[in-house]
Ligand binder design. Structure first.
Ligand code: 5RP
Length: 224
């Protein structure tokens, strides 16, 4: 029986097949992506470098000798590789467990193809069991808590060491429980328009085209 860590390593390795030699690859954030970054170091001489979705991933990439480019210095990327907190049967995801959702969505939008790497615990029928991360402007937080309550969700400010967590963008995160997101595209459209929301962690517009799912029986490739 493989551990969750081993499943993550398997999909991190499998994602190398989607990296286009000679090009710049989009790199996500999280413990599964950390496995991918380790594997990517083995082919660093065959790629130009990476565009990263967080300060943490940037530091890891640079520590392994992989050049990191600013998103504004480069054009469209062939592929973006990232994990997910949940993924449904159409490639829609909840992301942001690592608080990097805004930059993740930006790099995903700049990429032709999103390859999601995840262990099988992330595969769900309906999004919403994992608390939905939403990056917000601090002065809007309590009003947004009330807006989520009207949808049946309980939103809580994410804390770190007893203080509101501050993202790479200097903002805060609300984690929303109690939602069942049956129409991810409509949900993302609506919540994205609420004043004070920077990014909602539903990735329907930027859904995955491929998911490499780590299972006890090996890596399953799901396409959408
Ligand atoms: C970070 C993310 C991550 O991709 C997501 O939280 C999955 O992380 P992990 O691979 O550690 O389970 O969205 O903001």
């Amino acid at each position: 029986m493989l551990t969750q860590d081993e499943l993550k390593a398997q999909v991190g390795q499998a994602a190398l097949h989607y990296v286009v030699p000679g090009e710049i690859v989009g790199v996500g954030t999280g413990s599964t992506v950390n496995k991918f970054i380790e594997a990517l170091a083995g082919m660093k001489d065959r790629i130009k470098g990476a565009v990263s979705s967080s300060v943490t991933s940037t530091e890891r990439l640079r520590a392994l000798g992989i050049p990191v480019f600013d998103a504004n210095e480069v054009g469209e990327l062939a592929v973006y590789i990232d994990g997910a907190d949940e993924i449904d049967g159409q490639g829609n995801m909840i992301k942001g467990g690592g608080a990097a959702l805004t930059r993740e969505k930006i790099v995903a939008a700049q990429s032709r193809r999103f390859v999601c790497i995840a262990d099988e615990s992330k595969r769900v029928e309906v999004l919403g069991k994992f608390p939905l991360p939403v990056e917000v402007i601090p002065m809007a937080a309590q009003r947004l808590v009330r807006q989520f309550a009207a949808l049946g969700g309980a939103a809580r400010l994410r804390l770190k060491d007893g203080q509101p967590l501050v993202t790479d963008n200097g903002l805060h995160i609300l984690d929303v429980t109690g939602l069942q997101i049956k129409n991810p595209l409509a949900f993302e459209t609506e919540v994205s328009q609420w004043p004070g929301v920077l990014t909602v962690g539903v990735f329907a517009y930027q859904r995955a085209q491929v998911c490499l799912l780590g299972t006890a029986g090996g890596v399953k490739t799901l396409t959408y």
